[in-house]
Structure formats: C-alpha cells, structure tokens
Write a protein that binds this ligand. Structure first.
Ligand code: GDP
Ligand code: PGA
Ligand code: MN
Ligand code: MN
Length: 617
C-alpha cells in the first residue's frame, strides 16, 4: 500500500525492491489482533522492510513535519528530526522490571508487581493509537541464520520509530519468515501515547508527558509508552537486546552486554578482537570507529553498543553485534576526533536534535573547531555563537546503517561471531582511575567490572557529572538481580577456564583531568596506544608493575612517542593513590551490601584482598 499518493523526493532515487508476499504466522496475527483491540488504531500496516516502504515512510514523516529533508547536495537523502523538549534521552526513573519476586529484579532496578503493572498499563494503553496507524514491525537481532539470532515483533504508532528500527535491526519479511519457520519471538508494544480525535491536527513530535518503559522478563514482554526517543522506543535495542536478552542469556548460558566490538590489527598483520563496556556517552562509538594515531595499526568496527557473547564449540569466547546500525552521540564527533563516523554520515542518515545551517546541512558542538556564524538550534530557534547555549542537544544523535561505516570489518556480521581476546571496562572518571590497568585474572576482572563508577552524562535523565556506580556499564540494562549477574560472570569464567582460553580483562579511563580541569590524555586515536599495550600483554611481550589495583605499564611500557602529553601529565595518568582507593573500597562495600547475601562471596573476597594490598602499599 502507499502511504502518500505520490512520494516526492529531492534526494537520489532509491532502488525499489518488489513487494514480497509476507507470511503471517498465526501466532503473530492473533497477537496483533489482540493489540489492535486494546490500542484501537485507525489502520494496521505490516512492515516488510523494503526500500520503497522506507521511502514512503520518510515522505510521510516529512509531510507530518516530524523530519525535514537536509540539502541533498550537501547531505544526500538525509533528514533532521527535532523532538519535543521532554523527549531527548532515556528515562531510567520510568524504566521498570516486573517480576513475581522483587528480589529477582534486584535493588538496582525499579521493580513493580506484574499484575499491578498490567492493570496500570491496560488503562494507559487503552485506545492509545486512536486516529493513528499501527505498524507491525518484525525484526531480527543478529544475523538471520546465526545460532545467536533472536526475533521479535514490535507494534508502534510512530513512523519515526519504524524507520529507526529499519536502520538498527534486520527488519521486515526475512524476520517474519524465520518466525513462521518456528523461531520464538518477543512481543513489544509501543505507543507515543497521543491518540488523535477525529479532525484533530497532529503535532510534529507526538509524545506524552507520562512515560513507561516496562519489561516482564518472566513472560518476555516489553511495553513502552509516551516516548519516541530511540533508547525508549526502539524496543529491539536496550529493552530487548539488553534487558530481556540478559535474562535469556543467564538461563541459556551466554552474555548480553553493553559493549562495543572491534578488530585490531598490528603492523605485523596479527588480529585481535576486543569487547569493551563503557556507560552511555562514555566513548563506545568513538572507540569502535577509531582511527589509530599509531602507524601500521588498524581498528575495524564490528559493533558500537551491544554485544552478545557465548562460549563456542571450540571453548573460546565468541561475540556478535546483534544490531545493524549505529545510534550515535553527535556532539564531540568531528573530523579531528572521529573522521570515520563523520564520513559514515555522508548521507542516508537521520539526525535527531542536532542544529542546522542556513545551507540546509547539520552542525553540532565539536563537528568543526570553528562555530558557524548562524544556525537553527535543536529547538528550531535562531542561534549564533553569542547565544550562550549549545546549538545541538548534548544527547543529539545520528542513526545510520552499519554498512555505511568505512571501518566496518568484513566479518562484522559473521553468523559465528568473532573470538574475543580481551574484555575492557571503563567509565568517565575525572580522578583516581588510571589510564589503563590489567586485572590479575578473570575473577579480579569481574570485581573490576562490578565496581565501575562513572560520571553521569546527558544520555539519560539525572545530574550530568554526578558519580554513580554503573557495574559493567549495565546499571540501566540488567534485566535481573545484579548480584546474580555478577555470579553469572564468575560462572562464565569457570566455564572458560575449563578450555584454558580465558580472555584478558582490562580497565581504562580516557577522562582523567588535571588540576586545571582539562583532560590529561588526548584520547580518541591515541587510545590505540593503550590497545597496543594490551596486545603486547596478550602476547606476553611486556612486563607490568604489580600495583594494588592491578597491573600497570612499566616506565616506557606505553608507547607515547609523538603524543601531546608531558611527563607530569603522564605520571598523573597512572598515579594510584592508596588512600583514595581505600575510600573507593568503602563505597564499593556499601554498594555490595545493598545486595545482601545474594552477593557472590568471591566479590567480597576480592574486596578484602584489594584492601589488604592497598593497606600494605
Ligand atoms: P558512547 O555513547 O559510549 O558510544 O560514547 P561516544 O563514543 O558517542 O562518546 C560520547 C562522548 O564522549 C562524545 O562527546 C565523545 O566526543 C566523547 N569521547 C569519546 N571518546 C573520548 C576520548 O577518548 N576522550 C575524550 N576526552 N572524550 C571522548
Ligand atoms: P550509547 O547508546 O551507549 O551510545 O550512549 C545509547 C544509550 O545507552 O542510551
Ligand atoms: Mn548504549
Ligand atoms: Mn554509542
């Protein structure tokens, strides 16, 4: 069906794929009928994933005023969306995990009793899609055909969300066919919560001040209401691939993690794969697309936000990126910091809450060193450098296909995944935490992951800069009790040890600041130097200093040739203050205590060992 009579385009004419006749599995059909009775949409459209369908949806969004097409000469077939002011980030306070026993959600999640939440949601969702089209969106996470691929069907009344799912997942008929062949699937219901009365005019960004992002891990269901922001509305991503998948992973013996995946190749031509967990807006996308500032080294992208890891038949830790696109932070992404991302965004990109230039292109803080003289800011208001406010929202985003990334690895979508050589944990820490430190062994690595703290960012609501515990960068994403999650990681190590191929574990911090408040380490491409040191550790080519918190590079161990960092800064980057770490240990103790006797004894033991080493230092 056509959504508009004649799609108009000023961009390049897309390839039109012939409509395929979709199979409609009876179980999905029955669920859709049930949802339609609840949501009362004016119309139902089954999304096929074809190029012509995407084109029609984009034209519809333009007609609705949700998106505007950018100048096709400057940014081919690309669009800008300006959201409602209240709908710019993930909402952790409105994210719920509903389990029969509150202890199964654990102290770090917002728990609600399932029956009570169901009753509440029934009231909220009843008639929520009146006057709107309900899109039925089948999707696959992971390459279809991979033993790791998982499926879902989302209904949504937001065409913006449909095109976003189209970029971020393998969406449409192929996923529905897999479900028809018997693959299990997770149902996900999404509404912007803005029903239209007959004749009522729509707004460009429909949403509701009341928001819910609700998970029922025991019955594997997702319900999201009131927001069209990616992290709240693309339910395949955070809600499924992390929160629900983490529960599946625990039961089935694998891991669903908030991690980037990269392939690193040395000048000798040897390749290594890394998985790295940093909290939201702490450098995953940038590291995933790094241009090494180190001759002879290459970094290729496999994933930038989510990794699913399992132990392969060969006993080795393997990983896939379940997504198909990148939903990246725009500010700070510039030619100097991340030329790869900048070139990935040449066209076919949807930008949300960035600023626009008078010529019809995009701009955000950090894209260029010099600020344009005149812009339209993310709210749609006139902006000049004298305005004294950011032109782009600090959590403005780009949504782009993984295939468009020039650094994408050839085997990024290998159904068998890649073998992981090392795991990295990180966070945003102005003080204390050194540039890099290696865990003594897997269990110490789990302790490191469990005790990560990071300064909050604009990616979620809350006070930017405030330090909080964010174990494994999974605080907002673990769908079950975090203490059980720690135990699952410890158990994973025991299973890996049986095959004697245990990956190394490291902790990094690109964000340590000097007395003047500026970053001590140049970061970005120079982070390749840290990767080089890790590779040398993996290959047993360099020794290390045995510090109380783990192994540090020896003097001269880190290659800093040609880096803009002086001796004093370098010393500060690696300074470990036992007093400060004893205070951190006290804080970790309080955090651990919140889990009661569900906390694995091994973590308490690691804490005691750490204290002992710090006191002896
Ligand atoms: P993600 O949300 O974890 O994927 O983080 P991004 O890679 O999108 O980065 C979030 C913000 O941190 C952006 O503004 C980046 O410019 C900034 N950033 C990323 N890597 C570094 C780094 O190595 N050093 C510094 N100083 N900033 C960084
Ligand atoms: P990020 O992804 O980790 O790239 O910020 C979105 C999020 O975590 O909300
Ligand atoms: Mn993320
Ligand atoms: Mn990212």
């Amino acid at each position: 069906m056509t959504l508009l009579d004649r799609p108009r385009t000023t961009g390049p004419v897309p390839v039109v794929t012939p409509e395929r006749v979709a199979v409609r599995p009876a179980e999905v059909q029955a669920w859709v009928t049930e949802q339609a009775a609840l949501l009362e949409p004016a119309d139902i459209v089954w999304v096929t994933g074809s190029t012509s369908e995407r084109h029609e949806l984009l034209q519809l969004l333009v007609a609705n005023g949700t998106i505007e097409q950018l100048n096709p000469e400057l940014r081919p077939y690309s669009f800008i969306a300006r959201s409602a002011e209240s709908d710019v980030a993930r909402l952790e306070s409105r994210t719920f995990i509903c389990t029969d026993d509150p202890a199964d959600a654990g102290p770090t999640n917002n728990w609600r009793e399932p029956a009570a939440m169901r009753a509440e949601l029934d009231g909220v969702f009843r008639g929520a899609m009146r006057g709107r089209t309900m899109y039925v969106v089948p999707f696959a996470m992971g390459p279809i055909g991979s033993p790791m691929a998982r499926f879902g069907v989302q209904v949504t009344d937001s065409p913006y969300v449909v095109v976003s799912i189209g970029t971020m997942t393998r969406m449409g008929d192929a996923a529905l066919e897999a479900i028809a062949r018997g693959a299990s699937w997770v149902p996900a219901v999404h509404s912007v919560g803005a029903p239209l009365a007959p004749g009522q005019e729509d707004v460009p960004w429909p949403c509701n001040d009341t928001k819910y992002i609700v998970h029922f891990p025991e019955t594997r269901e997702i319900w999201s209401y009131g927001s069209a922001y990616g992290g709240n509305a693309i339910l395949a991503k955070k809600a499924y691939a992390l929160r629900i998948a983490s529960v599946m992973a625990r039961e089935e013996g694998w891991l669903a993690e908030h991690m980037l995946l990269i392939k690193v190749t040395s000048p000798e031509g040897r390749s290594y794969h890394f998985a790295a967990a940093f909290p939201s807006a702490c450098g995953k996308t940038n590291m995933a697309m790094m241009t090494p500032n180190l001759p002879g080294w290459t970094v290729e992208t496999i994933g930038d936000d989510i990794a699913w890891l399992w132990i392969g038949a060969d006993g080795r830790l393997r990983a896939i990126n379940p997504e198909a696109g990148f939903f990246g932070v725009a500010p700070g992404t510039g030619l100097r910091t991340n030329p790869t991302a900048v070139s990935a965004l040449w066209g076919n990109t949807i930008f949300t809450n960035v600023a626009t230039t008078p010529e019809g292109d995009v701009w955000w803080e950090g894209l260029t060193d010099e600020k344009p003289a005149r812009l339209t800011d993310w709210r749609g208001e006139e902006w000049t450098p004298a305005s004294g406010r950011p032109a782009a929202h600090p959590n403005s985003r780009f949504t782009v296909s993984a295939r468009q990334c020039p650094s994408i690895a050839e085997d990024w979508d290998d159904p068998e995944g890649v073998v992981i050589d090392a795991i990295i944990f990180g966070g945003r820490r102005a003080s204390n935490v050194p540039l890099v430190v290696e865990a003594r062994d897997w269990d110490h690595g789990v302790f490191m992951g469990a005790t990560i703290a990071s300064e909050q960012t604009a990616a979620a609501e809350g006070t930017v800069g405030e330090l909080r515990r964010d174990p494994f960068a999974m605080l907002p994403f673990a769908g079950y009790n975090m203490a059980d999650y720690f135990a699952h990681w410890l158990d994973f190590g025991r299973r890996l040890r049986r095959s004697a191929r245990v990956p190394r574990v490291f902790q990094v911090n690109w964000f340590r600041k000097g007395a003047d408040g500026s970053f001590l380490w140049p970061g970005f491409g120079d982070n390749a130097r840290v990767l080089e040191w890790m590779v040398k550790r993996i290959d047993g080519q360099v020794g290390a200093i045995d510090s109380p918190i783990g192994s540090l590079p020896t003097a001269g161990g880190l290659n800093v040739e040609g880096v803009e960092v002086d001796e004093a800064a370098l010393e500060e980057l690696f300074r470990v203050d036992p007093e400060a770490f004893l205070a951190e240990a006290d804080d970790a103790e309080r955090f651990f205590a919140s889990f009661g006797d569900r906390l694995p004894a091994e973590l308490q033991r690691q804490l005691t060992l750490l204290r002992g080493r710090l006191e002896a230092a």
